[in-house]
Design a protein. Sequence first.
Length: 581
Amino acid sequence: MADPQEVLSRRVQSALGAAFGPEFADTDPVIRPSQFADYQANAALALAKRLGRKPREVSAAIMEHLDVSDMCREVEVSGPGFINLTLREDWIATQVQSLLDDPRLGVPEQSPDNIPLDYSAPNVAKEMHVGHLRTTVVGDALARTLEFLGHNVVRQNHIGDWGTPFGMLIEHLLEVGEDSDEAQLLTTDPNAFYQAARTKFDESENGSDAFASRARGRVVQLQSGDEETLRLWRKLVGFSRTYFNKVYGKLGVTLTDEHLAGESTYNDMLDAVCEDLEGKGIATMSDGALCVFLEGYTGREDKPVPLIVRKSDGGYGYATTDLATVRYRVDTLKADRILYVVGAPQAMHFKMVWATARKAGWLPEDVETTHVQIGNVLGSDGKILRTRSGEPVRLVQLLDEAVERAAEVVAQNRPDLGEEDRAEIARKVGIGAVKYADLSVAHDTEYTFDFDRMLALTGNTGPYLQYAQARIRSIFRKGGVEPEQARGEISVAEGAERALALKLLGFGPVVAQVGDLLQPHRLSTYLFELAQSLTTFYEYCPVLTAGSDAERESRLALVSVALRVLVQGLDLLGVESPEYM
Ligand code: ARG
């Protein structure tokens, strides 16, 4: 399959070369979808200046050398000098026909990059909040998409599994008993456990109980590698892992234990990070702490903001670990590019870490690092989503509620189905709705969490797209044909048929674009538009009751491609496609 926009670009470029000389042959012909034709080439406007000629003249010169008769049925200059390009129906039909035999549905296979992809990254003994939900869902969609494009994605779940709070958590674990119900809370309601430990700690600081000082002692033991302390720490991490996996299982994300690479993974590298930085003169002592001062990073009153790599008490922090992480990803994972799907507020942190790593020679120029910034999820009050009592929303509860609400809708719409069937559909629809809501807006913008909107069967929602593919399946069931058997010759006569076919050609390009720009919402928008062209298509183009056998065969083949594109597209987003709903 050929991407029309790309083919047209190449054709216009060679016309540019022929018309104005070889130095113009790599000018961007600015091909864009158009209201007045399928595409518009806007190159003449910019070229006119460069050539000192009128845009319409430039367009006319391009047209003289433009050879697109095999793919366009109409080429004309309009307005100030746009070239309107209208594709031939038989060309479109041939292209869609080739998708029928293409397991990749037009998605290009790119030369593989090693891509460590840092996403999800919740913290041990803490609740995964909706922010983590979003980094998990967006990261997983990127992992799936980049993999489909042919890359070697190395998922890295940088969980927060180290630091001073573990002293208090371990002591609390000992007090409640390792096998107690309270300890089990870590696998279901980690915040409750964390809060209990925190309260004990704070109260003992003000009172006579020695809990706080025991907790501090524990931190020292943990850092010095005391075996029994490490065992208890591993126990805590294990409980949290059970909890994370419960959430990942519900969400249907591709993260497993083998992708865990928490902060503690890098403990052995931290001394060297600091020594090297100090040795190279990149880090200096300031108020007892070892700091990196980078040009251009200043705070209030132009005071330089340091990246602290060793605190005055000798401890290492979040930044030190991330510096070690960069070294590991470059040296061991052989990264070609590194992606971090993390909340937007950490932008400054990453910039400083990478700048430091570049200075130290740990991050070569040709290894690109990108922070895929994740915006906040808001409640209906416009503030960060919390429960009515002001606590962070429990993710498990949120997902369960989505499924429950979906179940109500399914029960209403499909009373004919058995209970198990309905429950399975409700799970796919409920979870799909939550994930899709995250993926349908740009990852760096805020959005309001709204069950009613995300579960609606109309609009740019998960259920709408799931329904679009279920509807195609039901056509095949009614027709007594398997989608795979629809292999008729495709022709595109009707306008709605033509529009649908053309839309299908856009799948490959949009997936490639998501991989380049790291913006899954572009795929969502595409799928939504595809579903809309299907709706219009059904209005004008009956499939099973088409006018002739040939037309019926053609339409069945066309919707079979649409079905595969929808299912594949939703799968790249991590959204499941129910057989019926
Ligand atoms: N655990 C951190 C948090 O919850 C996110 C970690 C992101 N990844 C990283 N390499 N720093 O905010």
